[in-house]
Each structure stands twice: as C-alpha cells, then as structure tokens.
Write a protein that binds this ligand. Structure first.
Ligand SMILES: [Zn+2]
Length: 574
C-alpha cells in the first residue's frame, strides 16, 4: 500500500509532463580519448546546443556535462540523465551528434529502446532529428558509425576554434611580438620582440621608411625569416616586403583579430595604439598610391570609354626603329573592342594628341582668380552666419531638453505618490523620453550640418583655381585625376576626340564662363546655381551638395542644365 502512492504520483507526474510542451535535456560530452583534446569543446558544444535549442524553440530543462569516454558503458552523468528521462522530467535530448550519446552497443541499445517506447520523443542533433517511429535499423547503423569518429574530427576542430575566437583568443600561431602560451592556451606579449614591433610601427608612421628599411631595422635587431620548407637557402634573412606589409596592417597589434573572415575583439594585450595603427595605414596608402604614377606610360587607361561601343580605352606601347638606328617609343590609345558581335571602327590615337586635347578640356574649367576670391568670401560670410543661427538653435534645444527632464522627474514623483496609474505613467513617460531623444538628435544634426558644405566648397574652389596649372603640366596622373573630378566616368573617345558631359558644378562654371566675361560680377556665376551653398547670401539657390543628390537621382546633367538656364544642354565635343 505504501509503495502505491509514490507510483501513482509518478504516473500523474508522467501524465502531467506529457501534456505540456516537451522539455529537453542538453547533453554535452568531452571524452578523455585522443580524438577531441580541445580544451574548449565542452563550452563550444554547449554554446552550439543552446543555439540549436533556440533555433528550434525547444524548452531546455537542464544541461548535462560529461567528461568521459563513451566507449564503455557506465557514465555517471549519462546514467543520471537517462534515469530522469525515464521519470518523465524531459521528453527529448539535444546533443551535437548522436555519437555524443553512445559509442557502445549497450548504451546505444538503451537509447534506441527508450526512443521506440516514446519515453524519449525526440533526439535533436545539429543536422538531424530522431523520432520514435524512425527506422530502428537506420539508427543503429548511425550509432555504429559513431565509431568512425575520425570522419567528424575536422568539423569538431573547427567548432572548437570558433569558440576560442568567440572568447577573444586568437586560435592560431601568435604573430611576431607575441607568444603562444601552451600552459594557458592564450597569447601573451613577447617581452623582447614586442617593443621592436612597436618601434617598426612608429618608424613607418613617420613616412620616411620603405618596407625594406623596416625589414632591415628588424633584421639588425635579430628578427629574421625562419627556415621555410621547400626553400633550401631560406631562413636567417631580413623579412620580405610582403611580410612587413602584412605585419604593419595586422589589426592584431591594436587588439582585434580576423578569424575565418570575421573580426573578433581579442583579449590579448595590444602593443600599438589604434591611433598609431591608423596613421600607419594612412602612410601605407599614400606610399602605394604614389608608385604607379611615376613614369607610367598607360596613365590615361581607365579614364575614357569608347564613344562607339562603350568599352574602355586601353593603351599600347609601340617601338619604332628608324633607318638610322634611332628607336622611338609611342603610346597609342584604343578601344578594347571587347564585344565581338559589335564591330567597332574607332581608330587609334597617339598619347601626345590625346594629352593636348585633355589639357585643352581642362583649361575650359579654370575658375578665374577673382571669381574664386569673391566666392570664397561669400562662403566665409555664409558659414559665419550659419554657425550663429546654429548656436542659437542648439541653445534652444538644450533648454527644451532641460524642461523635458524636469517634466519626467515630476511625472515620476506623481507615480511614486500614487497619484497616477502605472499605465498612464508609463505612456506619458514614453512620450516625454521620445521627444527628448528627438531633441538630442536634432542637436547632433545641427552641429554636424552647420558648416558641412564649407569644406567641400573650399576644396572645390581650390581645385578649380589650380586647373590651369594642371592643364599645362607634364604631370599626366594629376591631369587624369582632375579630369575624373570634372567628368566622373563620362569621358568618351570618338573619332580621336575626347568629349564628355561635366558634372554639375563644373557644368555651371563652364556655362558661366561661356556666357560672361571674366570681369563680370560673381553674382552672375552664382545665378547659374550649383556652386554656392543654400544660405543667406546665396539664398534659395541650389547648393553643390544638393545638386550632387539630384544627380544621384538619375537626373541627367543636360536636364539639370536646361532647368538651370532654360536652355538645352550642349552635349558634344567641348
Ligand atoms: Zn569601341
């Protein structure tokens, strides 16, 4: 009689639980076998299993962790889990792979049996789910294959490394200046080499050293290449250029690292500041930009497209030997003629001819000096008055925020004194907070926009004033970059002639120059719009930034032009 009561309770317990959404046990196991000696694999398994449960919306009742091989029956945690499953505390099990549950026929048999009896209603693994009505044979085959654990080794290792990266530990060989600490399995600063690496960054940041110089600097202080496989003479030399380039661009040194395409925040000690690192990246960009421009015969490649078929214009180097033995080098530009179906009839053009045409084009866009001066003064005046207006608006916004803070505080008092309902309180507070947030953002926006157009405006005035220099110079790369600023990618080559539609502000400038003499007043230029900012003295006119936005809205330059001047655009050879 005494035994019946707990039995009834047990039955009721089962019934009760069966009616509810099934609960699951997570089971993670790290064996003492050689195959997964990953220190992290338990934590990694648990992280994956939790994610799995979340993905499938499973309710997790408890997590079981076992540190023991499954080759032999008799794992205590596993035993306890099964006992509790039999008691109905959970109806399903989540594990990484079925082999986590069993690797011996006894345990496999038990799992199969519990599943067939629907005591376990579902086993969820990362790539599969097992149900009571599943083919028993199939499952036993799968259990059997669990012995071939080698097959799974690679995926298991990757998972372990990913977990390590998540924890901020770079799961690979430490870069120069750091050491792998085999004891803690973390990465620590190499006291001898780290200062040298930092010094290398500092040196390079000065923009006085080449990569080779940095390599030499490190070499003299004992940092050399290691012996490399397949390179018999390897080792003991200064690091190679690309190794230095890699070192100087490795975010590991300021505390981040990249692992399988993703950036992680490391827990290791940085040895350079982000500021120094950024400076080095800037220097490296500067230095790498300079090189191809020196004496590059194909400087105008990528600037023009073919006016007939639309493909890019490329260059060709040709040597001509004269009878007297002199050799002349010519550069020709021609269409790449990439589309076989389209017959392109465009002829070659000599670099000299093209260059003089391009110089002529540039000269049309030179901003006359006194126009530049007046525009600059106007912009300056506008900026000053704009910043005054901004300061006033910002002050008003700040007062408004202070007022809102006061209101929120009073509202809270009312609620604490129980003078208003909770729902009412929350709703009113939400409204006040939202207004406050908007005001704060408005301040940021005002402060950012106050002179947002001034810098690009000044830069443009400077560019436009210096064009005559560019047009006359022998510096083809800078000519190219000026042309790209003016035409974007709108330059074409047709019948040996370069032509194109300039971008908005240049278009206005050109129109102004064509219609007025240089002695005309600047307001005439301003009337063309597209140059000035849209504030007081240039009021109600389009600013350059606005025009850029219009252009982005697929407004064709010609439409823009006719809108501005009431004339139809002249799109032909300029
Ligand atoms: Zn062509």
């Amino acid at each position: 009689m005494i035994a019946v009561v707990p039995l009834l309770l047990y039955a009721e317990h089962l019934l009760y639980n069966r009616d509810m959404t099934p609960a699951y046990f997570l089971y993670a196991r790290k064996s003492t076998d050689v195959e997964d000696k990953q220190v992290l694999s338990i934590e990694a398994q648990l992280a994956e299993l939790r994610a799995l449960a979340r993905r499938d919306g499973l309710e997790v009742a408890e997590e079981f962790v076992e540190k023991r091989s499954a080759k032999m029956p008799g794992r205590p945690v596993f035993e306890e889990m099964l006992k509790r499953v039999e008691r109905g505390e959970a109806q399903g099990v989540v594990c990484w792979k079925i082999d986590r549950l069993s690797r011996n026929p006894v345990d496999s048999g038990r799992i199969s049996w519990l599943l067939q009896q629907s005591v376990i209603q579902k086993i969820v693994t990362h790539d599969k789910a097992y149900f009571p009505h599943d083919n028993v044979l199939l499952m036993s085959v799968e259990f059997g294959m669990a012995n071939q654990y080698i097959r799974d080794l690679s995926v298991n290792v990757t998972r372990g490394l990913r977990q390590k990266a998540r924890m901020g530990i770079y799961p690979s060989t430490a870069p120069l200046g750091y050491l792998n600490d085999p004891r803690t399995r973390t990465i620590v600063v190499d006291r001898r080499k780290a200062p040298l690496v930092r010094k290398a960054f500092e040196l390079y940041a000065k923009n006085e050293s080449r990569l080779e110089d940095i390599a030499q600097f490190l070499f003299e202080r004992g940092i050399k290449t290691g012996a490399t496989r397949g390179w018999s003479k390897g080792g003991g030399r200064p690091l190679k250029k690309d190794q230095i380039a890699f070192l100087l661009s490795n975010p590991f040194y300021f505390g981040h690292f990249k692992y399988s395409g993703e950036m992680y925040e490391g827990t290791h000690t940085p040895i350079v500041s982000k500021r120094l690192f950024d400076r080095v990246q800037e220097v490296s960009r500067l230095r790498s930009n300079k090189r191809p421009s020196e004496n590059n015969p194909q400087v105008y490649c990528g600037l023009l497209r073919c006016g007939e078929c639309g493909f890019s214009i490329t260059a060709e180097d040709k040597l001509k030997r004269q009878k007297n033995g002199n050799v002349h080098r010519y550069v020709y530009y021609r269409c790449t003629k990439k589309k076989a179906a389209v017959h392109c009839s465009q002829p070659y053009v000599r670099e000299e001819a093209l260059d003089s045409q391009l110089s002529g084009l540039l000269a049309k866009f030179v901003l006359p000096e006194h126009w530049a001066k007046e525009l600059d003064a106007m912009a300056e005046k506008d900026a000053a008055s704009a910043s005054q207006t901004t300061a006033a608006s910002v002050q008003a916004m700040r007062a408004k925020i202070a007022d809102l803070d006061g209101k929120i505080a009073r509202l809270t008092d009312l609620f604490v004194e129980q003078d208003i309902e909770r729902g009412d309180y929350l709703e009113r507070k939400r409204a006040l907070m939202s207004t406050k947030k908007s005001a704060q953002e408005r301040i940021l926006l005002l402060e950012r926009n106050a002179a947002v157009w001034l810098e690009p405006m000044r830069a443009w005035l400077k560019d436009a004033s210096l064009l005559d220099e560019a047009a006359q110079s022998k510096d083809l790369p800078s000519k190219k970059s000026s042309l790209q600023k003016i035409f974007g990618s709108n330059l074409t080559l047709h019948a040996r002639e370069a032509r194109g539609v300039p971008q908005n502000q240049w278009f206005s400038l050109l129109a102004a120059k064509e219609n007025h003499s240089e002695n005309d007043l600047v307001p005439i230029l301003v009337d063309q719009r597209g140059i000035g900012p849209r504030t007081s003295s240039l009021q109600m006119r389009h600013s350059t930034t606005e025009l850029l936005a219009l252009m982005r809205d697929k407004e064709d330059a010609s439409i823009l032009f006719s809108r501005m001047t009431g004339q139809h655009a002249h799109i032909g050879p300029l």
